[in-house]
Design a protein around this ligand. Structure first.
Ligand SMILES: [Zn+2]
Length: 302
């Protein structure tokens, strides 16, 4: 059985993106896995720390247990998404203990998000977690630059962020970061934004984000053979997504797209199975129509 890290390398080589579907509600796991299998695609099921507290995923162990009910390693693997060193509300997190617990539980890949620290701090925390992950035979994703959106409070206007390139991953920092942190995958900021997770904004339709492809190309060169990851994949204009995949993006995180499908269906029907059906349909759409990876599983996980 190939490891997730090897599957990611295949994705980069064959330019078939791997979606990582976040599951802030445990009943979302079943329809996500079913959609991936039915579409003969390969994807990750991901859980992030904010989803344990601000939504109903409870914790990494609970998500892992739910995942194990539906697991199908030819098609899906589980991934620990965002464990921040400093969280979206500015609080320090005991990130090492959280990630260690997930690795002990059996997560084959994890993410440490130290992007709210300065460059030296980000490198040091990422190196620490990468070493830890590798001691479990797991892969470690890191983030460099500021993919905004998780913070409470209003975002600056999207056009302003995009035009100024504020928060975008710096090319020289990327070269140094990859060399010194030893991370396996790198989440870069090139125009996408995270779905809001607090207040009324979490129900609003996301802005249609774009990607700065010229900047992405420079980062791809700077990162060498480290697979690049795009967070905040929901709502990015499709032509940019497809061009991003051609230019080094190997994994794209999808959160808001399927979370909102679940919540809206649950609100209008008060029926979990109807909400699961909505998640199934939206996941199929992401795989088939948005990323065009139906039937391509064997290209990444032969
Ligand atoms: Zn993210």
């Amino acid at each position: 059985m190939l490891k997730t890290a090897e599957i990611m390398k295949n994705a980069c080589k064959s330019k078939v993106v791997i979606p990582a579907f976040n599951v802030p509600y445990l009943p979302m796991v079943e329809p996500v896995v079913k959609a991936v299998v039915d579409q003969d695609a390969f994807a990750l099921v991901a859980t992030a720390r904010p989803e344990w507290f601000k939504f109903e995923a409870k914790g990494p162990v609970e998500v892992f247990q739910e995942f194990m009910k539906w697991e199908n390693p030819a098609y899906v693997r589980i991934h620990l998404d965002h464990v921040p060193v400093i969280d979206e509300d500015g609080e320090r997190v005991d990130y090492v203990a959280t990630i260690r617990k997930a690795l002990e539980t059996g997560y084959p890949s994890v993410m440490v998000d130290a992007s709210r620290l300065d460059l030296e701090g980000n490198i040091a925390s990422t190196y620490e977690i990468t070493e830890l992950a590798h001691s479990f035979g797991a892969a470690c994703e890191a983030e460099l630059g500021a993919v905004m959106g998780h913070e409470a409070g209003p975002l600056p206007p999207y056009e302003e962020i995009f035009a100024s390139g504020k928060g975008f991953t710096d090319v020289d920092e990327c070269i140094r970061f990859v060399k010194e942190s030893h991370c396996d995958w790198l989440s870069v900021a090139v125009g996408s934004i995270h779905g809001a997770i607090s207040g009324a904004a979490k129900d609003a339709k996301k802005v249609e984000a774009r990607l700065n492809i010229a900047h992405l190309k420079k980062l791809k060169e700077a990162a060498g053979n480290i697979p690049l990851v795009l967070h905040g994949g929901s709502g990015v204009k499709r032509e940019y997504v497809l061009e991003g995949i051609q230019n080094g993006i190997c994994k794209i995180n999808i959160g808001a797209e399927i979370r909102q499908a679940y919540e809206q269906a649950l609100r209008s029907t008060n029926d979990v199975s109807a909400a699961q059906q909505a998640v199934y349909e939206r996941t199929v759409w992401v795989i088939k129509d948005y990323f065009e990876i139906s039937g391509k599983r064997r290209l990444v996980n032969p």
